[in-house]
Structure formats: structure tokens, C-alpha cells
Design a protein around this ligand. Structure first.
Ligand code: ATP
Length: 568
């Protein structure tokens, strides 16, 4: 298949902002997509492999610019100049390829196979001479590209497709293309995506038009799976009303989600964003082997930090650095130990547990785990329908430095990737927000060279990122005091899409926790709200941008804040 066909789809999809039109365009494309071109499904989401696979393209703006220069024969200085004036590297590539094409005609036709072949070599490259090798792989593609192909090749390379196609667009387009828009098919497709995290595998089944075949997608030990998420309630009364009485109430531990896979002697640990963190937590691998019975299983848990001396639980930000640390792991392990709090099981001895009730699943968790406080335990739990008991348990959880409590329906199944109505959380009102960095501004004086102010955004239901404020505090100037301006600048640098004077525009990738003094209504920000004095707390490397605080949650917090003033 010609890459041009895909580039035209990208163009047509980005030409409309209407969801239904996008679905119409994409479903037509999917009908014409043959089985052998199934991997195009990954390219639709800007990837080259399934979501569960960690290999990503990861090309910086600077390499893309060098490649454009090589492919078009125009000096880097000139390409950079064009970038500054147009502000979008993809458009620069399109523009310069157009000029070149007037002189020389492309000799090769770019195929999907060739694009994937070269792109898939990129993540493998390591060590000496890497940049040169990357450059020649990319230049080879750009040299054969038409202007439209160049535009989307470059956008794919830098990870910024901007065509408005998301997983949910694909879900509805598959349902429309192969199941006459059947709502039930859309649900089955979503379940298959959540279980497999492989959009091409789901396409394979959809193409055969047999709804029942979606059930053939099973969990696989060792392949990451999306966690089930909770909804929020404000009172126990509300919680019991939603879940029925009695229900299970557990501590809501303040750490990070860890999904643990074991297959014979192989233990693999994943975060909620499907990142493999096995190497970073060797002690957890040991606990699993020593203290959990069973040959194969998938456990759902929260890893929580604690102070070695006082044995008190610590907040998430203290252990966040362990998630991405690739060196001196032993030192950090000694300094920042974690305890694993297991609260669910998804798979056990060759069988999926997803359709078992929570009560049954908890029984197995308790049966197979040999509790070792400060190493591995199962979550503290009571089963009650009594509000007073529930409130006492909540108070105790807060006293133990935890975030709040979870309420769970005893008869509910496990639904990967869903924010379900049968698991509720209750936590105190003033809380940190998880926001994504979408822009910033370089500082002056001793802060020049660093981005000293960061534009933050929340997300809405459509998956759009809406700005809510600028953060300039919480970062430090010296490394021993915490996250520095320099470090945070380095974090966001690979995602800079555009620069204009001191201003930078950043792709929504880096998620951070932020506190604030107050939420105010504001016409100046697209979210309709502004944070007063937002302050950096920590990076959230375990969170994906799609999972940050929503504008609805902020509106809710805003209402509550008002009410609290009135009565407080
Ligand atoms: P929050 O910021 O409130 O943690 P979230 O979006 O990260 O929200 P939710 O699913 O809404 O996640 O809230 C539950 C989270 O709490 C889980 O993702 C998990 O990381 C954590 N957690 C801690 N203890 C438990 C528990 N006993 N059962 C389920 N989840 C728990």
C-alpha cells in the first residue's frame, strides 16, 4: 500500500473537527484496508507497535530538521529559519519538499512497508554513531516523499500527528465499518482493546465481522493490561447508595499503581501507563517469588513508600524518582523502600479472573499472599454497611498517612481500562491536581536557559487539553533541594513543538502533581478556570496525559470550595 493513501486519510481527518465526520472518513478507509496492511492501525495512532510495546520512535526536533536539510539539500540554518517563521516542522518539511519537487521528480514510491521498516529500526539504535544512522533512515524516507507524505512523516517522527484520531474514534469507526454501527459491537471492541492493548489485533477480528470472536482475546501474563479505575463520591451515604450494603472498604494507599505479572520464574512489573518497571524494583520481584503462592498470576496493587526508621508511610512524591531511575538502583532501594499492597487479582493459574466477583477474587488474594508488613501485604479491608464504622476506618486511613478510602461492590467484575461505577473513592477535599505541561517561557537573568514558567492544562471529555494556569514555583535552583528548573526544562525539551521568542509550545506529555491556593473562574483560560499560586509537587511518570484531572473535576472542586467558604 502506498504511504500516500494514509497521508491523504490524515489530511482528510484533520480537515474536519466534527467527530462524526472523522468516523465516516476513517470507517471508509478501514473497509478498504487489507489484512496484510494491518500495521497501519498503529500508524493511525502515531505509533509503530501496539500500545503495550515500549518501543517508541522518539526523534527530536533537531534530528528532524537535520533530515529535512539532507533530503532537500537546503542548509540547516535555512530550515531552522523556516521553522521559526512557520512554527511547525511538519509544514516546513511539506513546504521545502514542494520547492524541491519542482526541480527533481521523486524516483521511488513510498510504501507503508518501507516506512514501517525504517521507523522500526529507530528505537533499536544505541551507542556510537546513532544520530548518523537515524538520520540516514529518515532521510531515505523523506527523499522519496511527496510534500503531503513529508508533512505526516515528520509529524509521526516527532510524535505530533494532529489528526484528531484517538482510540475511541477507531473504536466507533470499526463498529461502523464492520458491524453497521452496532453499539454492542462498540462495547466489545473497547473491551478487546482494553484487554489486548493491540489495535491491529482488534482490527483483525473486526474485519471478519464476527462479534463473538472478540471473546477470543485473552489476558496474557507478561503483557501489560490497563488498570480498572474508580469514580469519586463525597460521602459514605452516596457511596453506599451507589454500591449497595454491605460493601468492601479499603485504605486508599498513596503510592503508585503496580500491576504484577508472574509466569513461572518470570516476574514483570508494570505501572498504570503500561511502563515496565521490573528493573527499578528488584525487591518487589523477590517478595513476589518468596511470599506469593502460585505459578502464574496477575496482581493489582499499590506500591507505597515508607520511612525505614519511623516505619511511617510517606507520600507519593518521595518514591516517584524510583519509577524512572535506571542507575544506582540498590542505593535508592535502601533509601526509599516500598511496600506492596495487593488489592486484586486478574489472572490465576492459567485462568482469567476478570469475570469472577470481587469477593471471590479477594479470597484468592488472601489465600495466596503470605503477609510481610513493609514488604508485601494485602490491602487493609473491612466489609460493612454501617456508616459510622466506615467513617472510623476513613479517619484511621488518614491518620496512617494514606489518601482516603476505596469502596467496592462485592459482586462486581474487573473491567480493565474502565472508570467503573462499582468502585468509588473518598478523599479529603483539598487535594493535588494532576496536570500536563503544554507550554512555557524561558526565564531571564540567572534563570535564562531554563524554562522558568510552565503553562498547565487539564483535560475535557473530548480529550482536549485546556489551559488552567501558569506555574513558576515549587521548582528549585539547586539540585539538592528537589526538582530544579534545569531538570524540569530537560524533561519537557524533547516535547517542544514550537518556539516563539522566549515562549515554547509543548506537546502534552509530562504530567505533574500540583497544589494551589484556590481555584478561580477565569475567562482568560480555555478551561474557564485559573489556579491561584499553583506549585510544583512532583513528576507523575506513572500517569499518561489522558489520565489527568478533568475540567469537570475542577468545576466540582470549585463549587465545593465556594460552599466550604460559605459554611466555614
Ligand atoms: P487518584 O488521583 O485519586 O489516585 P486516579 O485517577 O489515580 O485517582 P482512581 O482509579 O480514580 O485513580 O483512584 C484509585 C487509585 O487509588 C488507583 O488507581 C490506585 O492507584 C490507588 N489505590 C490505592 N489503594 C487502593 C485500593 N485499595 N484499591 C484500589 N485502588 C487503590
Amino acid at each position: 500500500m502506498r504511504y500516500l493513501k494514509l497521508a491523504e486519510l490524515y489530511r482528510d481527518s484533520s480537515a474536519t473537527t466534527k467527530r462524526l465526520e472523522k468516523i465516516e472518513i476513517l470507517s471508509k478507509f478501514l473497509i478498504s484496508l487489507s489484512q496484510k496492511d494491518r500495521d497501519v492501525m498503529y500508524l493511525l495512532l502515531g505509533d509503530i507497535y501496539p500500545e503495550y510495546d515500549e518501543r517508541r520512535i522518539g526523534i527530536s526536533n533537531q534530528i528532524a530538521i537535520k533530515a529535512i536539510s539532507k533530503a532537500t539539500g537546503i542548509e540547516i540554518k535555512e530550515v531552522n529559519k523556516k521553522w521559526k517563521s512557520i512554527g511547525d516542522i511538519g509544514l516546513v518539511a511539506e513546504n521545502l519538499t514542494k520547492n524541491k519537487k519542482q526541480i527533481t521528480l521523486a524516483t521511488n514510491i513510498l510504501t507503508i512497508e518501507k516506512v514501517l521498516e525504517n521507523l522500526r529500526k529507530l528505537p533499536k539504535l544505541e551507542g556510537k554513531g546513532t544520530v548518523g544512522k537515524k538520520l540516514s533512515l529518515i532521510t531515505e524516507l523523506l527523499t522519496s516523499a511527496t510534500p503531503l507524505e513529508a508533512l505526516y512523516l515528520v509529524r509521526t517522527l516527532i510524535g505530533d500527528l494532529r489528526i484528531g484520531i484517538k482510540e475511541s474514534t477507531i473504536k466507533h469507526s470499526l463498529a461502523k465499518a464492520f458491524f453497521k454501527k452496532d453499539e454492542n459491537a462498540a462495547i466489545k471492541i473497547q473491551e478487546a482493546i482494553d484487554k489486548s492493548n493491540d489495535i491491529a489485533a482488534v482490527f483483525d477480528i473486526a474485519k471478519k465481522k464476527k462479534i463473538k470472536d472478540f471473546e477470543k482475546i485473552h489476558l496474557q501474563v507478561g503483557k501489560p493490561i490497563k488498570a480498572m479505575l474508580a469514580q469519586k463520591v463525597k460521602t459514605f451515604e452516596e457511596g453506599f447508595k451507589a454500591l449497595g450494603k454491605p460493601c468492601a472498604i479499603e485504605y486508599k494507599y498513596d503510592g503508585f499503581r503496580m500491576i504484577i505479572h508472574k509466569n513461572n520464574e518470570d516476574v514483570t512489573l508494570f505501572t498504570r501507563s503500561l511502563e515496565n518497571v521490573t528493573k527499578q524494583f528488584p525487591e518487589v520481584v523477590e517478595y513476589i517469588k518468596k511470599y506469593v503462592k502460585g505459578k502464574s498470576f496477575i496482581l493489582d496493587s499499590e506500591a507505597v513508600g515508607f520511612n525505614k526508621k519511623t516505619k511511617k508511610y510517606t507520600a507519593f512524591q518521595d518514591i516517584s524518582q524510583r519509577i524512572r531511575r535506571k542507575y544506582n538502583i540498590k542505593d535508592l532501594q535502601d533509601k526509599l523502600p516500598v511496600e506492596v499492597n495487593v488489592f486484586d487479582i486478574l489472572y490465576y493459574e492459567g485462568k482469567s479472573m476478570l469475570n469472577e466477583t470481587f469477593k471471590e477474587r479477594t479470597k484468592i488474594v488472601k489465600k495466596i499472599i503470605k503477609k510481610h508488613p513493609y514488604k508485601i501485604i494485602y490491602s487493609k479491608q473491612i466489609i460493612t454497611g454501617d456508616e459510622k464504622k466506615a467513617r472510623e476506618f476513613y479517619k484511621q486511613a488518614l491518620k496512617d498517612n494514606q489518601e482516603g478510602i476505596m469502596m467496592k461492590n462485592l459482586d462486581a467484575i474487573y473491567q480493565p481500562g474502565r472508570r467503573v461505577g462499582h468502585m468509588m473513592k473518598i478523599k479529603p477535599e483539598v487535594k493535588d491536581l494532576d496536570l500536563v505541561i503544554v507550554g512555557g517561557e524561558y526565564g531571564t537573568g540567572k534563570r535564562s536557559g531554563w524554562i522558568s514558567s510552565y503553562n498547565l492544562a487539564c483535560v475535557n471529555k473530548k480529550g482536549e487539553y485546556l489551559e488552567i494556569g501558569k506555574m513558576g514555583t515549587g521548582m528549585k535552583e539547586k539540585a539538592d533541594q528537589g526538582m530544579t528548573f534545569e531538570q524540569l526544562t530537560e524533561e519537557v525539551k524533547p516535547y517542544i513543538i514550537k518556539e516563539k521568542g522566549k515562549k515554547v509550545f509543548i506537546k502534552p506529555k509530562i504530567v505533574i502533581s500540583v497544589t494551589y491556593q484556590e481555584i478561580q473562574k477565569s475567562p482568560n483560560y480555555p478551561s474557564g478556570f485559573a489556579l491561584r499560586f499553583p506549585r510544583f509537587i512532583s513528576l507523575r511518570p506513572d500517569r499518561r496525559a489522558e489520565e489527568i484531572t478533568t475540567v469537570e473535576e475542577i468545576a466540582d472542586d470549585f463549587d465545593h470550595q465556594k460552599r466550604n467558604w460559605k459554611y466555614g
